[in-house]
Design a protein around this ligand. Sequence first.
Ligand code: NI
Length: 175
Amino acid sequence: MSILKVARLGHPIIRKTASPVASEEIQSYEFQKLIDAMVETMKEYDGVGLAAPQIYVSKQIAVIEVNKNARYPNAPHIPLTVLINPRIVSRASRSEDGWEGCLSIPDLRGIVPRCQSLLCEALDRSGNSVRIEAKDFFARVIQHECDHLEGKVYLDRMPNLLSLTHLAEFAKYWE
Ligand code: NI
């Protein structure tokens, strides 16, 4: 097991655009260990997604999974998904508001408008091209993680900060 430290907002790596991963690198032992460590770190901190810049690696890698999550008890199940060099190639015009949090912005939640569905192209952890059609919460998490790879966080996507809520107050008033 290796649980990695999570970079918080304010560390410059969170605002940096991540570099694409070379396809030859994907099969390497070190790269596969990095993916494993990202998955373990996401689970340890009850995240539903984690992008490599959040663990101080400025590369285009994100992991996503929702499986009985304590921080998101009402979120639908999402199988473990590894996205390398992801591109959102089409987005529905319809957008939906929903609550988001981020392991790099601890203890806060805010309402963020996101496209309701999308098509994402990426490489999986074996280096195969995958096309993922996602909607609702899954589409939201993909957009959140792809933003991290461009140095953006969910606060940047909020039309204003009026819904920004401390997690303890969220549980009391909004859940
Ligand atoms: Ni995040």
